[in-house]
Design a protein around this ligand. Sequence first.
Ligand SMILES: O=C(O)CCC(=O)C(=O)O
Length: 374
Amino acid sequence: MVGSGYTRPPPLGEGAAPSTALYVANCGPAVGLTHDDVRAAFGAFGEVAGVHDADGSSARVIVRFREPDAAEAAMAALHGRPCASLAGRVLHIRYSMPAKPKALVGGSLPVATSASELGVPGIYLVEEFVTAAEEQELLASVDSRPWKSLAKRRVQHYGYEFLYETRNVDSKQFLGELPHFASKIVEKIMSFPGANKCTSKLVDQLTVNEYPRGVGLSPHIDTHSAFEEMIFSLSLAGPCIMEFRKYPKGSWRAPSMASGTDKDSIQEPQCIRKAVFLPPRSMLLMSGEGRYAWHHYIPHHKIDDVDGQVIKRNTRRVSFTFRKVRMGLCNCEYGQFCDSQSKIGQAQKLKPRTLLATPQKGVEHPTKERHLKQ
Ligand SMILES: O=C(O)CCC(=O)C(=O)O
């Protein structure tokens, strides 16, 4: 991650006050220590919330603990001494403080760092779902395969092609099983709450998105008739924030689609907005109400303000979004967001599902209206 969001500590003698974050010098990939090695070594003192490069050197890292006591214990045990579990390197450790925001981006929306803090029903987040080594392997796998260029980002599709015009899939056009490089992830996904109850294949479609720095994704709800309830999204290579928006019944309207506008500037006073930080290697599950009734959205930012910390987006973020293609109609309990249960959906019940998304003259088309251009 470029830009940890934490300050370089003040000079000695003016040390930063104890905090949960440690600035650890002589440590990082440039001196042969992976973030996983660092996490394991510091994990001996308490739960580690994250390990990030402190700057562009790859020889200094920020280790964030959940509890200040753990940071204090690690500081007392490891500062200025050879660390046996890190190849005997002598670590230079100071407390670090969150950097002050340079600019408030996207309003003053607080950004949660966990799903419980986010409080959107059906949304789950697991940090460090894959290791840094697995992340590199996954990135190498997709980088060795052809990308398809969209206006602002690149994509790859497996299992079924995602059709951006209709925001749907053609369920009759099966492209084949998900690639081998995704198998480990699919297996791990089964450990999610509720996921192991599924008897059939949990996911059969994968969309890989590559977002350059500053590119996000417009607000949308994944088309109900296209995909089943559970949608899993793995973040790799860089962080972002994801915003969730709930529009009260009847007040939903499509924000302007004028090209080049930053959708963040659109104020929707009547919607509930909540945001969560997605660190690299984390897995997000959208299910239930969070999947069916809340729009999700990635602001088009180069910098995110996460609770007063400036988090710089990386040169790219790559996400792996796993879904299960729906073979019938959706009968969820969120009818006002459901194309299967709309008038058009009802009228076309007997027609092939891909036609559900075809706009009809003079009739509001839920799929088109609710899923904005990417
Ligand atoms: O990049 C992500 O994490 C989300 C992707 C997504 O929502 C989509 O492809 O519709």
